[in-house]
Each structure stands twice: as structure tokens, then as C-alpha cells.
Ligand binder design. Structure first.
Ligand code: SER
Length: 882
């Protein structure tokens, strides 16, 4: 084997090797995919190239290589539950890969893989195994020729392990894997074919290190396979696994990728690490720390749905394991620094955002710890009613998990201590329902991927001319129709496709006899797709083949530009007023408003909000020029331009600058559309400031036309108030308060007067009772309006003596009511108002009920009310036994 390499050297040596074979190095895309609604997290190196496999290759790439950040915690590829229990699965991992887009194929891919492993890295051939898809004789033969491995060490497997698919739909193909034997060579012959102990048996000894996928199909939504236009190669090598092998370790956790983190866990907790069961918490924490930190650095945040929910689960699992190490306070966040130190060179975003990441993790941990004790209490209540050997129902296990964040394995341990079991099947069922809900949310995105149903005129990519132009003469490259909605790809377009928070343009595509209203423009990877509806004529293969004029709706676009530029001014102003920790977490730029999410840990004060508004408006009045430079991404960052973390920037970026050259007030990497001069923003008004999640605040604001509309609306409200209150602006508030106070006073006087009247009416009614045993019974017909009747009852309730029963039959228009009030002593003897009213109401086909002291029933058969209440005498008699 070669001299021991550090993990950084392994990464570098892989990339250098493929660069020497003509590959272009491409940066890792964020682990949170911002442009694929079918995917929660990036789960393979090929994700960012999905559209290229499907035929869109605007940059004309042939060979690329990279090291991709991946998360396998949901969907088709999910390793969450096994993490920490073995030594080679991870939630977050790096995938080293090389790709051919319609260029080289099986022969070169296999030959180079073999060359890198055995000649550059000098892995012992006798420990290597190749696998191929069961009927892929071609790959088998290439392996034979290239490696000279014995026949039985080039093994054939079925679709389960040797046909790779990204998800339920999308590019796929047969694959060839390389496995490595980490065991005792003396026992290799007798073990390697064993389905459990051997290759592909998911054991610690024979581990898969590299997968070479020969992408040649697309899986469609009906399950069928269609050949791709070109044959491609997609390979993925498990970085942490190859590091372990090259560093002579049997566990990935013993490599320098993990040891600094694990040592820190041991140091901070005082619990030493070992590679047995006792070390599970250390391993889980080290793994989950990486997943959480990279996902947060790339723009995801823990929350209650979708990917945020997955992150929350990961964090809670980590936090539970920290508790097993005796940590009762937030702990995981303390490890972010060491992660930034070890990974910051390869992935600078983790170093740049470490404080923010640590803050988010810390506040999530703290809120989980607060629910932990409540969860334990809930567990006690749930388990109290169960006898030894019984199962905790699945929905309860799920409740503990979902509400208190108890992973089922934890509930299992707690149950075991009490001699109980858990209903795993029931839990799984609830979990599945939850997942279906999450997936349904993800899939709300539009399915624009895939190659089904397109009518194609020419292959090519779209030239975007929208920075300079708002109309253009264009031709359709391809289009398709789905339930009356057209998706159109053009050769040239002035339409901006939704990106970086800025909404897509709307407008019109026009040709002779055919109008298509474009209601949205979206980006599918690098392709601009116009979504439209025919408003005149008919769209078909012939009518769509002509030249069109594409016109952007300029009124909307002007408003979008103003809002986008104002967002930049807002960010710069926030940093000035609140501090340099303010960084963009998300934004939305629509024609009607702008929304800006940013990192900040407390609510802004009224003064801070006003200060920010003033700064932005000053910069608008200063009519600053807005200039754009196109430059290399590193040069742009070096020039101090603000970049959005987690955003996938190309090699060349646009830098938008506001202010005189050299003394710009704002400088940001941005591909969006902007005003030429800040004066065009008109004005700026913040309408709300609120919290979105821990450590993130949200501002919504209006500019120009939108702000004017708001002022007009508010002014019209003020005008009404001025008129009605007969007051000038400065006296409105005082006059209004006075009016309110008067109204309250009058209400109180009215209520008092009503009670007085009721009390005297009640006193009038409560005369000459009928004596029924020891009870004094009053049966009376009344004719009070609704609220009058209620007031009357209130009056009686104040006066009623212990031994009295009052039964009233009230008729008001078409509504009849029966009310009963019973004194305290009689209630104790079994005369209950609620029962009495029910029985009486039955005589008038009415319904009702109430408390023992007071109850009421209603009926529409008003003519029966008077007769019904007469039955009170006999009922009270029966109740009292007289
Ligand atoms: N896409 C394949 C995998 O993820 C190879 O890169 O295994």
C-alpha cells in the first residue's frame, strides 16, 4: 500500500487522478438541493447532473469529477437507523465521483478505477472484488481483461445491488461495484460467496467502496425504462471508507475524518471512547454533528415539516445519545468548532458559518432538553396502566417520538426496564403515514423533470438576454403539454426564471394567430422552462415551429427590480444597524412585496426598524448607480461581495454593486434583476418583523408602487376616522380613547339598569308559590325578548332561596324556551334543573339541558310551552317522593 495519506490527501489524489484523465473538477453542490422538488437532500454525486443525463447539457461538459457532500436520511437511500451501530454507514458522507456525459463508457471507467486503486493507491489485488449486473457480459469481460481477477471474483448480482436508481423516477442503469476484503485472507475462499458473510452481505468485512453506474436509461413515472440519448458513466466512491482502508483502519471512525471529533466528545464528556457498544454515543454524535452542520450551513433549518423535520429528528437522536454520556445541557453545538477546523479547507462554508450553525444547534438542543423531562413523565403515564409483558401501543410510541422526540429505540429501552414491550408494527404504520405526508409536501413541486412527452425541434440551450432586453425574437427548442399547461424551452429568452428568491417573469409569447400567456418561468437545473396557456389559436407541432416574439410584462418586472434592489439595500442596512452576524437565510422577491430572512437572535426594536428604514430610504434618495460585474467566483468573494451560503454558484458570477465605485454601500453576488439607479426604488417601508425559527428573523417590506398603495389605504382609514371623530390627525388617538371610555361607561350603566329591572321583575314573579312537599314551586308563563329573558333569569338566580324551584315558559315570536332554576337544598335532594328541563321540554318536543342549578331548553312548538311547564308539579313531587 502507498504511504499513509491523510484524508485531505486522499481527496486531492482522487481529483488529481481524474484531472489527469481530462476531467474538469466541479464544486460540490449544496447538501440541500434548492432546485429539485423530488429530492429532500442531495443523496449522490450525480444529483447535480441529473438534467445532463436527461439531455440538457448547456455547458457542453463531457468529463467531470468532484467530491460531493451527501445526506442519506430519507427516501430511497436512508441509513439513519444503522448509523453508529456499525463502523461504515453514515448519514452525512462525501462521495468521490467521476462522470462521463456521452463520452467514455464501461471500458475506460473500469480501467481507470482499477488503475487508481491498484497502481496509484497500491491496494492489494487479492483483497479486491468486482461485481456486475447479472446479464452484463460486457462489463464482466472488461473486468477480466483489465484486472485479470479470477473468474469467481468478478461476481454477478441482480437488480437489488447492481442496478442503480436515483429515486422512483429519473436516470438509472446497471452498475458495477468494487468491494474490499478487510478480513483474514486465510478465510477468504470459504467466506466471500456467502450471502451473509460474503460480498454484498452488508457485513463489516467485505465492504463496498466504489460504485460505477452505467447510466443508460430513464425510469418513467409508469415504471417503464426508456434509453437515454447518450450512454453515461456515474461513479461514486465512499470517501470515509476509502480513507479507512488507506489508513489501515477497520472503522471509518478511526480515521482522521472522525478522530478529532470523537476525541472532543470524549474530552468534553469525560467518557473515554472505545470501538465497542460503549462507543455508540460517540459515533452517533460525531456522525450526526456532520449531517446537521452541513445541512444548516447549506440553508436548511430544523422545523416541523419536510427536510426541517428530518434535521430535527437527527438532532434529537444526537441529543439523546449525549444524555447517555451524562450531558444534561446542550452539548452537540460545542463540537462545531472542531468540525470547522477539520473540514474547513475542503468546504469553506462550514468555517464561514460555524457561529451561526452552533447557535442554531444550541437553541434546538435547549428546546429539546426542555421537552425531554416532559416526555419521560408522559412515558410514565402511558406505561402506568400496562402490565408486565404487555406492549406499549404503536400510536403511543409514535406520540413519544413525534411530540417529545423520543426515538423508538429509546422508548424500547425504557419499556424493557419496566418489563414491557413496544408495538413496532403499529409505530411503523404511524411513521409511514407521517412520511407520506412529508412526501406529499415535497411533491407539491411541479414535475418538470423527465423527458416524457416533449415535442422537440432542436437540441440546444437557452440564451438568456433578460439583463438587457425585455422582448426578443425567439424560437421554440421543445415544448410539451400537460393538462392544458404548456412547458416551453426557447433558444433565446428575455424571461427571468425563478431563482435566488426572485419570482419568474410573466408575459406573452406571440406568433401569427397564436398567443401564449406565460404565467411563470422556472429553472430546472440550468434549463429555463416557460409555463403558459394558449389564449388565442392552437399549439401543436406546426404552429409552434415558427418564430415568436417574447414580451415580458414590464410593469411587473419594474416592481420586481425595485424590490430586488431594495433587498440588497436592506441587507446592508441591517448589517450596519444590527451587526455583521446578519446573513441572508432566504428571500422572496415578488412584484407586490419583498421578504427577507436573516440570522439574528432577538426581535428588532421599533427604533432599530426605523433606523433601517431611514438608511434604505436615504440610499434611495441618494440615487446611487447600480453596476454589475461578471467575474470569477473566488475573485468576487475576495472583493468582499456578500455571497449566499449554500447557493450553487457557477464558476462565473455576477456581482451587483450599489454606490459609487470603490465606496459601494452594497456589493452582493446575485444573478437577479435590478434597477439601474436606486432612485427607481421610489421608497421603502417595512411592514412586519417576526421570528421564523430559532435564530432567524423575517422582514416583509414594500417599495415604490406597493408602498404608495399601503399609504393610500392607511390614509383612507385615517380620513374616515378624522371625519367620524371630528378630529385632526394629532387629536385622533385622544378622541378615540375618549369615545371608547364613554362607550364602556355607558355599557356598564346599561347592564346595571337591566339587572335592576330584572331583579324587580323577578321579585314580582317569586310571589305566591305552590307548596310541593318541602319545595316552593313557581310555574310562570313569560313573554320576554331573548336577552330580556336571560336578564330575567339572572335576576332570579340572584334571589332564589334554597327551597325554591322556578319554572318559566317563555314565548317570543316563533321561539319558545323553558327554563328551570333550583335552590341549593333541593338540588341535594335530587331535584336537578338539568333533568327537570329535559323532561319538561319533551312535552313540547324541545331539547335542552344544563347545570343542576340552572338549565334551559328551546322549542319551535310555542303553543305547547305553557302546557308543558305545568308538568313540573308532578315531576317535582316524584323527585321528592311526596
Ligand atoms: N450514483 C451512484 C451511487 O450513488 C454512483 O455514484 O452509488
Amino acid at each position: 500500500m502507498a504511504e499513509t495519506m491523510t484524508s485531505a490527501q486522499v481527496r486531492e489524489s482522487f481529483i488529481k487522478f481524474f484531472e489527469s484523465k481530462g476531467h474538469l473538477f466541479v464544486r460540490s453542490s449544496p447538501v440541500v438541493p434548492h432546485d429539485d422538488p423530488t429530492l429532500m437532500f442531495t443523496n449522490a454525486g450525480m444529483n447535480q447532473f441529473k438534467a445532463i443525463f436527461l439531455g440538457d447539457n448547456p455547458k457542453g461538459w463531457k468529463r467531470v469529477c468532484n467530491s460531493q457532500k451527501c445526506l442519506r436520511v430519507s427516501g430511497k437511500h436512508n441509513d439513519l437507523d444503522v448509523v453508529g451501530r456499525d463502523n461504515y454507514h453514515h448519514t452525512f458522507f462525501e462521495m468521490l465521483g467521476n462522470w462521463s456525459f456521452g463520452d467514455y463508457y464501461k471500458k475506460e471507467a473500469i480501467a481507470w478505477a482499477w488503475e487508481l486503486l491498484t497502481e496509484v493507491w497500491k491496494l492489494p489485488k487479492e483483497r479486491l472484488f468486482a461485481t456486475v449486473y447479472e446479464d452484463d457480459d460486457e462489463a464482466w469481460q472488461i473486468w477480466k481483461d483489465v484486472s485479470g481477477l479470477p473468474d469467481d471474483r468478478i461476481m454477478r448480482f441482480g437488480a437489488h445491488s447492481n442496478f442503480w436508481e436515483m429515486g422512483d423516477t429519473g436516470p438509472c442503469g446497471p452498475c458495477s461495484e468494487i468491494h474490499y476484503d478487510r478480513g483474514d485472507i486465510a478465510t477468504q475462499t470459504e467466506t466471500f460467496k456467502d450471502p451473509i458473510k460474503g460480498v454484498n452481505g452488508e457485513n463489516d468485512r467485505y465492504i463496498e467502496i466504489w460504485n460505477n453506474v452505467f447510466m443508460q436509461y430513464e425510469r418513467l413515472s409508469d415504471g417503464s425504462l426508456v434509453p437515454l440519448k447518450a450512454k453515461n458513466v456515474d461513479t461514486g466512491m465512499g470517501f470515509e471508507r476509502i480513507c479507512a482502508i488507506l489508513q489501515g483502519k477497520t472503522s471509518n471512525y478511526d480515521t482522521d475524518v472522525f478522530t478529532p471529533i470523537i476525541s472532543k466528545v470524549a474530552e468534553l464528556s469525560g467518557v473515554p471512547y472505545n470501538d465497542g457498544v460503549e462507543g455508540t454515543p460517540h459515533r452517533v454524535i460525531a456522525d450526526h454533528l456532520r449531517a446537521l452542520s452541513f445541512a444548516i450551513a447549506d440553508g436548511a433549518l430544523p422545523s416541523n415539516e419536510g427536510r426541517g423535520y428530518v434535521l430535527r429528528r437527527i438532532l434529537r437522536r444526537a441529543s439523546r445519545f449525549a444524555r447517555l454520556l451524562g450531558q444534561k445541557e446542550a452539548f452537540i453545538y460545542k463540537l462545531v468548532q472542531v468540525l470547522a477546523d477539520t473540514m474547513g479547507d475542503a468546504f469553506p462554508e462550514i468555517r464561514e458559518r460555524k457561529d451561526f450553525v452552533a447557535n442554531v444547534i444550541k437553541s434546538e438542543e435547549e428546546s429539546f432538553i426542555r421537552t425531554l423531562d416532559a416526555g419521560l413523565e408522559r412515558f410514565e403515564t402511558i406505561s402506568a396502566d400496562l402490565k408486565k409483558g404487555e406492549k406499549i401501543p404503536g400510536d403511543k410510541v409514535f406520540l413519544l417520538y413525534d411530540t417529545y422526540g423520543f426515538p423508538p429505540d429509546l422508548t424500547g429501552i425504557l419499556a424493557e426496564e419496566k418489563g414491557l414491550l413496544i408495538d413496532e408494527e403499529g409505530y411503523e404504520k404511524c411513521m409511514q403515514e407521517q412520511k407520506d405526508r412529508a412526501r406529499a409536501n415535497m411533491k407539491k413541486g411541479i414535475n418538470t423533470m423527465g423527458s416524457e412527452g416533449w415535442t422537440e425541434y432542436a437540441v440546444g440551450s437557452t440564451q438568456f438576454v433578460g439583463y438587457e432586453a425585455d422582448t426578443a425574437k425567439v424560437k421554440v427548442l421543445r415544448f410539451r403539454e400537460d393538462k392544458g399547461i404548456l412547458s416551453i424551452v426557447l433558444d433565446t429568452t428575455p424571461f427571468y426564471a425563478e431563482m435566488g428568491g426572485q419570482v419568474g417573469d410573466k408575459g406573452l409569447l406571440q406568433a401569427e394567430g397564436l398567443d401564449i400567456a406565460i404565467f411563470d418561468t422556472i429553472r430546472v437545473n440550468d434549463t429555463i422552462v416557460h409555463r403558459g396557456k394558449v389564449t388565442k389559436g392552437e399549439a401543436n407541432k406546426d404552429t409552434m415551429s415558427v418564430e415568436f416574439v417574447a414580451k415580458v410584462d414590464m410593469r411587473l418586472r419594474d416592481d420586481i427590480r425595485a424590490n430586488h434592489s431594495a433587498t440588497h439595500l436592506l441587507q446592508a442596512a441591517l448589517r450596519q444597524v444590527l451587526g455583521s452576524h446578519v446573513a441572508q437565510q432566504g428571500s422572496r422577491v415578488e412584484p407586490g412585496f419583498l421578504r427577507f430572512d436573516f440570522s439574528h437572535f432577538q426581535a428588532m426594536t421599533k427604533e432599530e426598524i426605523q433606523q433601517v428604514e431611514d438608511i434604505v430610504n436615504d440610499k434611495i434618495r441618494a440615487t446611487l448607480p447600480v453596476n454589475t460585474d461578471v467575474m470569477d467566483v473566488d475573485a468576487a468573494k475576495a472583493s468582499g461581495a456578500m455571497a449566499l451560503f449554500g447557493e450553487k454558484y457557477g464558476e462565473e458570477v455576477r456581482v451587483v454593486k450599489m454606490g459609487a465605485c470603490g465606496e459601494e454601500f452594497s456589493k452582493e453576488l446575485c444573478g437577479g434583476l435590478h434597477v439601474k439607479n436606486t432612485g427607481a426604488i421610489g421608497m421603502f417601508k417595512i411592514v412586519s418583523e417576526a421570528s421564523v425559527s430559532s435564530g432567524v428573523r423575517r422582514i416583509e417590506a414594500l417599495t415604490g408602487r406597493g408602498a404608495m398603495a399601503l399609504f393610500r389605504l392607511e390614509d383612507s382609514v385615517l380620513t374616515v376616522l378624522r371625519d367620524k371623530l371630528r378630529a385632526k390627525n394629532d387629536a385622533i388617538v385622544e378622541r378615540f380613547e375618549l369615545t371608547l371610555e364613554n362607550a364602556r361607561k355607558l355599557e356598564k350603566e346599561l347592564a346595571d339598569a337591566k339587572l335592576e329591572i330584572a331583579a324587580s321583575a323577578a321579585a314580582e314573579l317569586l310571589k305566591n308559590p305552590e307548596q310541593v312537599g318541602e319545595a316552593k314551586l313557581y310555574i310562570r308563563d313569560t313573554k320576554a325578548p331573548d336577552d330580556g329573558f336571560k336578564t330575567l333569569l339572572d335576576g332570579i338566580a340572584q334571589k332564589i332561596a334554597d327551597d325554591e324551584v322556578v319554572v318559566l315558559g317563555n314565548v317570543c315570536g316563533k321561539a319558545g324556551s323553558i327554563a328551570v332554576l333550583v335552590g341549593k337544598a333541593l338540588q341535594k335532594k335530587g331535584v336537578k334543573a338539568g333533568d327537570l328541563v329535559k323532561e319538561l321540554a319533551a312535552y313540547a318536543n324541545g331539547r335542552g339541558g344544563g347545570r343542576p342549578d340552572r338549565a334551559q331548553a328551546g322549542t319551535r312548538e310555542v303553543e305547547k310551552v305553557s302546557g308543558a311547564i305545568q308538568h313540573a308539579t308532578e315531576i317535582v313531587k316524584t323527585k321528592l317522593g311526596v
